[in-house]
Design a protein around this ligand. Structure first.
Ligand code: HEM
Length: 399
């Protein structure tokens, strides 16, 4: 019966504390899932979607779960413009189709893969130079590799330093997550915007005159307004460095803390591509993506009025035991197919093939080939941070 009173009151997780989630969100996600697929979290004024089935469904219904929010605007503020990730189709599709050709598997293999290979060798050399007493895998390898790969994909000039790219990406990510409006975080995002815009001021006329295969050039070639080109270049900087960096450190941490699985992988029994997918599922670099309800709707038994601020918990969906048995365990032998670490639906990550190629074909295999005794340092502790964006900020290693 169409109008049957099926809607229940949305359960309220008044105990959800974002500061506790920063330390370790997974026990909180488990508690949220136990409350149901749709749960209100008062502390962040958001309705969370917690289970795999519900998150996947919400991603497939962008006409209800819209990205074009006028209230979820930290990303627009941090990047100084509205990128594709905060638009709905057809506007989103126009911008997304501009960058797809240069990020599809064929282009990744032919154009970017040789470049990624070169960058990895250089930064393994640099890591070896730092030496086993002081090395930090994030600072000395993951961050510079991810930054250099992105400098290349964006077609930014060779003199841009990896440290610049790291700073820009980090300050954008902090801005996108700046739900508490910290003025210092906005200041850093503004400074990065100004620096990136200065690079684009010179680069855009050059690319107009002489187009190339870079992401920035592709954005220009389809004739998007300049503000859209800039907003999407800033977007690519925010996600294109931070997440791959976290995937590299997460993978080394996961293998180091599971020595038997490390042996399995290094003996060649499991493909690096499968290890990559399992690590993305188990420690998802993006924990939550925001949406806004576009029209009154019933969803998994809950009534959601238009304007409701939603959070799709990708990282929680990836620990749902209905889809992934023993989901809290890292298991390189599991087929992690269907995980939502890259989202799904129209906004599914544009850079996922590039990230997988850079990390599973180059960074990780070469790291273990060249430093077979790589392991965590026992005299210095790693540090984790975040739940909307989560990763290891420092991973002391030795060999
Ligand atoms: C392991 C690394 C990465 C992870 C985990 C990741 C994850 C994600 C997620 C979860 C989304 C949003 C999906 C949604 O809202 O449904 C996204 C979108 C996006 N990502 Fe990634 N990403 C990664 C690497 C990259 C790289 C390397 C690039 C660029 C070179 C990139 C470019 C983008 C773009 C442009 C979007 C917006 C797509 C759209 O709105 O259509 N990402 N990514």
């Amino acid at each position: 019966m169409a109008n049957a009173p099926t809607t229940q009151k949305i359960p309220v997780a008044d105990w959800f504390d974002p500061r506790a989630a920063m330390r370790d969100p997974y026990p909180l996600f488990a508690r949220l899932r136990a409350m149901g697929p749709v749960v209100h979290a008062s502390a962040v004024n958001r309705v969370f979607v917690t289970t795999h089935a519900a998150v996947a469904e919400a991603e497939q219904r962008p006409e209800i779960f819209s990205s074009q929010s006028e209230t979820n605007v930290t990303m627009v503020r941090a990047l100084g413009g509205r990128p594709m990730l905060r638009k709905d189709d057809p506007d989103h599709a126009t911008e997304r189709s501009a960058i797809n050709p240069t990020l599809r598997p064929r282009a990744v293999t032919q154009v970017w893969s040789p470049q990624f290979a070169e960058n990895v060798e250089l930064w393994i050399d640099a890591l070896l130079e730092v030496g086993p007493e002081h090395a930090d895998l994030n600072r000395d390898f993951a961050a510079p590799v991810a930054s250099q790969n992105l400098i290349d994909m964006l077609g930014f000039p060779a003199e841009i330093d990896v440290e610049d790219m790291r700073r820009w990406s980090t300050s954008y990510i902090a801005g996108i997550g700046n739900l508490l409006d910290d003025p210092d975080i906005w200041r850093r995002a503004d400074e990065s915007q100004a620096e990136v815009n200065a690079v684009l001021d010179e680069l855009l006329p050059q690319l107009s005159a002489a187009p190339n295969g870079s992401v920035t050039s592709h954005l220009l070639q389809v004739g998007l307004p300049e503000e859209a080109v800039r907003a999407n270049a800033h977007l690519t900087i925010s996600g294109g460095m931070n997440e791959p960096q976290h995937m590299i450190t997460n993978l080394v941490w996961a293998l180091s803390t599971h020595p038997d699985q490390r042996e399995t992988v290094l003996s060649g029994e499991v493909a690096w591509g499968d290890v990559f997918e399992e690590a993305a599922r188990w420690q998802s670099p993006i924990g939550m993506v925001p949406r806004e309800v576009a029209q009154d709707t019933e969803f998994h038994g809950a009534f959601l009025p238009a304007g409701t601020n939603m959070g799709l918990l990708l990282a929680s969906a990836n620990r749902d035991t209905d889809v992934f048995p023993d989901a809290d365990s890292f298991d390189v032998r599991r087929a992690a197919r269907g995980h939502l670490a890259f989202g799904s639906g129209v906004h599914m990550c544009a850079g996922r093939w590039a990230a997988k190629n850079a990390i599973a074909e180059h960074a990780l295999p070469r790291l273990y080939e060249r430093i077979p005794t790589l392991r965590l340092a026992t005299d210095r502790a790693p540090s984790w941070d975040g739940w909307v964006f989560r990763g290891i900020t420092s991973l002391p290693v030795t060999w």
